[in-house]
Design a protein around this ligand. Structure first.
Ligand SMILES: Cc1ncc(COP(=O)(O)O)c(C=O)c1O
Length: 366
């Protein structure tokens, strides 16, 4: 089976983790700070706060910005539900906004249209590694704090700088499906010193110093084992991205009949997920049948993402006040016809050729 993705783990990752285990210093040692410094520099930020996963990064970022009951937060409708869950878990309302059919991210105009006096913050996602139009969003809504969900986009590039550098806070994930991994892990990146202090406090039981509690909070810390792995992973980031981009370009050239996600002008994706949008005739059932057919040919593919307004547990909010009659044609199309195909660093070209041939055969593209 040609896997959809594989984490890029080598002997250096194993050795780095083993060193931590032998040291006996498993939490709150030096590795977390070292990883924070590395990624702050890579993302052109002054502060980085490592946390236990990407969802926690989003939750803490919004909490640090003061999001709470009675607030609305604008949130892309096409996504893994983490950002909407983070908003809801703070007692605020996620206001779902449709994405653009080419970029698969929210555009500034859609956010402007969904804004109300209750809008406390915006989450924009660099979906599948494709940079959101962060500078344009900040320009269109300059008085609303912008959180970038950069879970997928470490190593991607906007015109204004690397992904992770935009927004009042950008949130990374180090889940194994992401471009670098620590097993579970995440990070908040910001240039705001006060916000960074607040994030450090919130990640560590609300403590300002050992035993000095300033807010009720939880434990969202990253372990030293995870950080040690993250350091090794971060050092090979550029090489991993180069491989991903080369594989993605090969797919795009070989499959001209398929629609791929489009980066905004001047931006470049890391291709954290290689997504294709199948032709209109192929709805959800046909996409799922195609996934099954590809599996028979030894190729693992998967559905791309979710249209949040259709998830039953979110529907109650969506149906009530929050969608306000807005339609979600693009996120519905991508949720129904979007498919992820295998791409990971170290993928053999011969394996990629098998994927290309299987897709051409199943889609009747010769
Ligand atoms: C867009 C997006 N945001 C947030 C997350 C959450 O990251 P994590 O799995 O590290 O909690 C994910 C990942 O799965 C994601 O794809």
């Amino acid at each position: 089976m040609i896997r959809l993705t594989r984490p890029a783990i080598d002997d250096h990752d194993v050795a780095a983790m083993a060193d931590v285990l032998r040291s006996g210093m498993l939490v709150q040692g030096e590795r977390v700070g070292e990883l924070e410094a590395l990624l702050a520099q890579r993302c052109q930020r002054t502060h980085a706060v490592a946390v236990s996963n990407g969802t926690a990064a989003l939750y803490l970022a919004l909490q640090a910005l003061g999001v709470g009951p009675g607030d609305e937060v604008l949130c892309p409708n096409l996504t893994w539900p983490s950002p909407a869950h983070a908003i809801a878990n703070l007692g605020a309302d996620p206001v779902l906004v449709d994405v653009d059919l080419r970029e698969w991210n929210v555009l500034p105009a859609a956010l402007v249209a969904a804004r109300t006096p209750r809008t406390k913050a915006i989450v924009a996602i660099d979906q599948f590694g494709n940079p959101a139009r962060a500078a344009e969003i900040a320009k269109a809504l300059p008085d609303v704090p912008l959180v970038i969900d950069a879970a997928c986009s470490l190593g991607s590039d906007m015109v204004s700088g690397p992904c992770g550098s935009a927004g009042i806070v950008a949130c990374l994930s180090f889940h194994p499906r992401k471009v670098i991994t620590t097993g579970e892990g995440g990070m908040c990146l910001t240039n705001d010193a006060a916000l960074a202090d607040r994030l450090r406090l919130l990640r560590n039981h609300g403590q300002t110093a050992p035993g000095v509690f300033a807010a009720p909070s939880g434990n969202y810390r990253l372990t030293e084992m995870a950080a040690a792995m993250g350091i090794v992973q971060a050092r090979k980031l550029d090489q991993l991205i180069a491989q991903r981009r080369a594989l993605a370009e090969r797919y795009i050239a070989a499959l001209p009949a398929l629609a791929f996600q489009q980066p905004p002008p001047g931006s470049a994706s890391n291709y954290q997920t290689m997504g294709v949008l199948l032709p209109e005739a192929r709805g959800g059932a046909q996409r799922d049948a195609l996934i099954a057919k590809l599996r028979e040919r030894g190729v693992e593919a998967g559905r791309l993402s979710y249209a949040l307004h259709r998830l039953p547990h979110l529907k109650t909010w969506g149906d009530a006040a929050l969608t306000r009659g807005r339609a979600f044609p693009a996120s519905e199309a991508i949720a129904d016809r979007g498919m992820a195909i295998p791409l990971y660093p170290g993928m053999a070209q011969s394996d990629q050729d098998v994927v290309i041939a299987a897709l051409r055969a199943e889609l009747g593209h010769g």
